[in-house]
Design a protein around this ligand. Sequence first.
Ligand SMILES: *Cc1c(COP(=O)(O)O)cnc(C)c1O
Length: 368
Amino acid sequence: MIPVNTPLLDGNEEKYLIECIRTGWISSEGPFIKKFEDDFSAYVHRNHGIAVSNGSAALDIAVQALNLNQGDEVIMPSFTIISPAQSVVKAGLRPVLIDSDPVTWNMDVAAIESKITKKTKAIIVVHIYGLPVDMDPVLELCRKFKLFLIEDAAEMHGQTYKGKACGSFGTISIFSFYPNKHITTGEGGMIVCDDDKLAAQCRKLRNLAFEPDGRRFVHHELGWNYRMTNMQAALGLAQLEKIDEHILKKRHIGNRYQTGLASLKNFQLPMAGTRYAENIYWVYALVAESEELCLETVRKLSESKIGTRPFFWCMHEQPVFKKMGLFLDEKYPVAEKLARNGFYLPSGLGLTDAQIDTVIETMYRINS
Ligand SMILES: *Cc1c(COP(=O)(O)O)cnc(C)c1O
């Protein structure tokens, strides 16, 4: 079996974890947390890092920390994981969706301005699969209309836009350290930002909204227990020591697929790069020319013991949101096509060249 993801844990992970056990620092108190926050936020050139239990939790906090009013609108792509949309809806805000760019699969930034209303307060950008969103037009809109920017960089550790780190653009930006991301803590996430007050608010929301200076167990607002443990941070630190290697490996995997699959017919391959970034190939993704071909190929790969994942499913087609009366009759044709026709191949950091070659050969065999 070639699994869709295998993590790589071949550095100081074991050593640091044993240290947690031997010293007894296993909860969210403990020296690795602050070090991981400091080192990771420095890596993406932000003043503050707030480590949390996962990337979705980071989004909950990021949205809540901006202190928007019920019914305010937040613009975001339809083609994304549910996390950012769910954070917005649960905060009592209204998600307003944007279709995708058919080539980069990111949100179509040219479609944003016409969706801005008096109620719009923020834009969430989600960098998808390996290429960053075209940030300059988004930053310009945020300036012009005084909007907050939330940057979901969950898949983008080490990626840059015009040479500047992904995760350095948002009023608040977030990362995930799930085991299929470029560095992992098992489960985990991080919020990064520059503003001191915003960072303090995120820290507070992470920790049940305990008042940092007030009497303990007296609360003035509601938060979550979204704390990261010292054991997760131990993994994270060991992974961060190897992040450059991980990124090289990801690009190597992507390039090997890209070259190997160059003459494959009936599938759109990812862009190797754009004007503003080289693909970091968080996953190696393909879009079949029809939904039938996608389903058929995924089935045949599975019969050949090769794991795949389908693409995200559009927000405007989520039963849970339809039930809430959201996005009724809205259509985003590019996003709908990506969701139906797209899937990704084994792309984890533990993947070997021999495995990649087997996947490539299998793709030609089942599509001949
Ligand atoms: C992985 C991911 C998340 C969620 O992160 P978790 O740690 O799994 O909660 C959010 N957004 C995007 C774009 C992701 O890829």
